[in-house]
Design a protein around this ligand. Sequence first.
Ligand code: OAD
Length: 244
Amino acid sequence: MVDDRLLIDLGDRIKSSERLVVFSGAGLSAQSGIPTFRGGCDHPLWSEYDPMKLASPEGFASDPDLVIKWYNWRRQQLAEAAPNAAHHALASLMNATLVTQNVDDLQERTGTHEDHVLHLHGSIAHDRCHDQCGWSERVDLAEPPGMRQCPACGAAARPGVVWFGESLPHETWEQAAHACAHADCMLVIGTSGVVQPAASLVELAGSAGAFVVNINPEPTPLDDLADASVHGGAAEVIPQFFAS
Ligand code: OAD
């Protein structure tokens, strides 16, 4: 049971922030039915699948068909999902910087402009050239393409996500790091905080003086970095911050 007074106080603090950063992970989309990777749902992805086989350049080289099929299964799952109350509440934050590790497009489906969401780990709603020739294309999530070549250069096409061992998109990372280094408040939602360099943004914001609020039903290492932690689900907690 989360204390109502605490939610009101934190909500006031968040709403009065002039340089708010929202940093989210898989827990933000969990109540939309999208599985997390490490916990907080019945079948976290990395408890059932090997990330090195499905989400690494080595895995793609060894069995590209398996990788594409796995991402297409996740795309079809996403096609049937809808934004939850937390995504809708965040959509009202016109001046905040939204930084996410999520590859889904649920935030954008609330009406948030795509330029307003910094996807550190890329987008599952896009394919791109594996050789990075610059080609990228939005795909139909309900009927995604199978194995194919990049139409621009003939290399393999692949999901537009960041895999283990790959660099984050440079400009997106720079924008996120800049916002965190100048933030006065950071709202952390639904991340285990164990994947780097993304998780380091919480420390960056905290050491820049931001007031850090962590939302997660379970304890995480980020609780130690946060000024306040609320243990609850994003779809219940986040709308309450913006209720009045
Ligand atoms: P994780 O699966 O590691 O963590 C999800 C967190 O969400 C856990 O701490 C859960 O307790 C929490 N959670 C579950 N349900 C929630 C709810 N309803 N409300 C709020 N929180 C909830 O996911 P990430 O931290 O996002 O990388 O993982 C980081 C990266 O690791 C992902 O972006 C992905 C993965 O490998 C790539 O795809 C490159």
